[in-house]
Design a protein around this ligand. Structure first.
Ligand SMILES: Cc1cc2nc3c(=O)[nH]c(=O)nc-3n(C[C@H](O)[C@H](O)[C@H](O)COP(=O)(O)OP(=O)(O)OC[C@H]3O[C@@H](n4cnc5c(N)ncnc54)[C@H](O)[C@@H]3O)c2cc1C
Ligand code: FES
Ligand code: FES
Length: 492
């Protein structure tokens, strides 16, 4: 067990202990190390100006991804290498991405610029082809209010053209001695980290502590002993609450170093996803095996958030507009809850007892999620309705899964989000659809039944009426998208 975090920043080694471990990475970079090129604007993962590259050892190699440093706390970053905008410079020359931004006039006030540069640098790390589409996707998590995006996109596209004698497409991480970093991380990899300090404020003092377990057993034992522990996975929900709602947990456990939870398994059409799997990794898997979920993941937040956030965090956070939930409800996914002595599987349809109230007991952790892939005769569609297409919170979500037999609906599973305190299955409408033919009339009737089965509220995102209308219309949208051609063919 160690009492310090090991972190490299731009190739420099840092051992961090005590109170300093409880800072966000952006504060640590700016305040402690004076690396003020990383900017903080929103402090909630929305604008990307704080983007840095974070390298973690995966399968024996350092893999770098762009991550928002304002919502990564240091206790999530043990055994990582952080590259900031200052770390891109090499032999006193700016990085080709920086030069391209200058040449294309991709910066005015410059506050957003380091984030854009780091997101483009992240694309070079994975050797992604730089096309207009890929660049737009790679920059979804970066906002600029001055320059206009066209010059920034031009800068990015200029990097796809090889320049004689220039290392334009060289990943920034190439300039660091990765072998030495990996050796240092490996030498520390088996140790968990526990830090504690006495917080003194206004005459009172409090013990503040965090734990970074290396094994699941250590994690569940810690959770059992420290019932008020705040569990942090990717931190994309909880760290926003810390920054914005000034929640200051006195005891934190970070799951980021639990390799045991970082797996995706596919056996006999059964998928099992470890609780440590990020949205990025799940998205890659779904591209091949579950295109409907892959589509929703491509609309989920931004790359910086998907590189950190997890499916398990989305489930445990228990928001009725969490994007994974309609899918998990209609596919009848099961959640593995593990304690010190045993683990159990709970169907997601029985996991939520009310708003932010779940089946998980204080000593349990979500350790994995499993489901069966849809059967060949199944028709699955997932919907996310939001004010903006990209990087927006859902107003309404839906999952519709039908099993067809002899041209009729053999089984219907419907789940709506954003229409109640939890994601709702619609049993009455499901029963109505069973055995019915696939016609526009049936779907119209199902839509109006569905809107009667829910009681949405009005809030900042939408009114009750709008949500009810969506609940009705989505059934016709589903019908037209999946069956309209077939109906037209039959009628012809
Ligand atoms: C800018 C931005 C955009 C976003 N966009 C979307 C979006 O489009 N769609 C969407 O659905 N969400 C979105 N989110 C929310 C968030 O990214 C997701 O909910 C994400 O999946 C949370 O995962 P995490 O690992 O970061 O969770 P964390 O923040 O680490 O944790 C969330 C909660 O789950 C608990 N928890 C985490 N892991 C476990 C575990 N294994 N066992 C028990 N409890 C656990 C934590 O204690 C905490 O209460 C967005 C967030 C931000 C900041
Ligand atoms: S400061 Fe806006 S995402 Fe971090
Ligand atoms: S250059 Fe000013 S916000 Fe982008």
């Amino acid at each position: 067990m160690r009492d310090y975090l090991l972190l490299y920043v731009n190739g420099q080694r840092h051992q961090i202990s005590g109170e300093r471990c409880f800072q966000s990475l952006s504060d640590y970079l700016r305040i402690e190390l004076g690396l003020v090129g990383t900017k903080v604007v929103c402090a909630e993962g929305d604008c990307g100006s704080c983007t840095v590259l974070i390298g973690r050892v995966r399968n024996g190699e350092l893999k770098y991804e762009g991550i928002d440093s304002c919502i990564q706390y240091l206790y999530q970053l043990d055994c990582t290498h952080v590259i900031t905008i200052e770390g891109l410079k090499h032999e006193n020359r700016v990085h080709p991405v920086q030069q391209a931004m200058v040449d294309a006039m991709g910066s005015q006030c410059g506050y957003c610029t380091p984030g854009f540069v780091m997101s483009l640098a992240a694309m070079l790390e994975t050797k992604e082809a730089l096309t207009r589409l890929s660049v737009q996707d790679g920059l979804t998590g970066n906002l600029c209010r001055c320059t206009g995006y066209e010059q920034i996109i031009e800068a990015a596209l200029s990097l796809s053209k090889p320049v004689a004698g220039s290392a334009a497409n060289q990943p920034a991480s190439k300039r660091y001695n990765k072998k030495a970093l990996i050796a240092d991380f490996n030498a520390h990899a088996s140790q968990s980290v526990f830090c504690e300090y006495l917080e003194k404020w206004n005459g009172a003092s409090n013990k503040v502590r965090f734990f970074v377990p290396r094994t699941l057993q250590e994690a569940v034992e810690f959770k059992q002993k420290q019932r008020n522990v705040t569990v942090v996975a990717g931190g994309t929900d909880i760290s926003v609450q810390m920054n914005k709602e000034h929640i200051e947990p006195k005891c934190v456990m970070s799951l980021t170093n639990l390799d045991e939870l970082d797996f995706i398994e596919l056996k006999k059409q059964k998928v099992k996803v470890g609780a440590g799997v990020t949205w990025t990794k799940l998205g890659e898997f779904c591209q091949q095996h579950l295109p409907q979920l892959s589509e929703i993941i491509s609309l989920f937040a931004s790359r910086q958030i998907r590189n950190a956030g997890t499916l398990a965090g989305n489930i445990a956070n228990a928001s009725p507009i969490a994007d994974s939930l309609p899918f998990l409800h209609v596919i009848e996914a099961e959640i593995e809850l593990s304690g010190t002595k045993s683990s159990r599987w709970v169907n997601i349809n029985r996991f939520y007892h009310g708003y932010k109230n779940t089946e998980m007991t204080p000593d349990e952790l979500i350790t994995s999620i499993r489901w069966n892939l849809p059967e060949p005769e199944g028709v699955l569609k997932l919907y996310k309705v939001s004010k903006r297409k990209d990087l927006d919170i859902s107003t309404f979500t839906a999952g519709i899964l039908l099993k067809l037999k002899n041209g009729k609906i053999n089984k219907a599973r419907l789940a709506y989000g954003g229409v109640g305190p939890v994601v709702l299955r619609l049993p009455k409408t499901e029963r109505y659809m069973q055995g019915k033919p696939v016609t526009a009339t049936i779907f119209q009737q199902a839509g109006s039944m569905a809107s009667e089965e829910i009681s949405p509220i009005s809030d900042v995102r939408a009114s009750t009426d709008y949500r009810s209308q969506l609940a009705e219309n989505i059934m016709m949208k589903f019908f037209h998208e999946c069956f309209d051609n077939q109906t037209k063919k039959e009628a012809a």
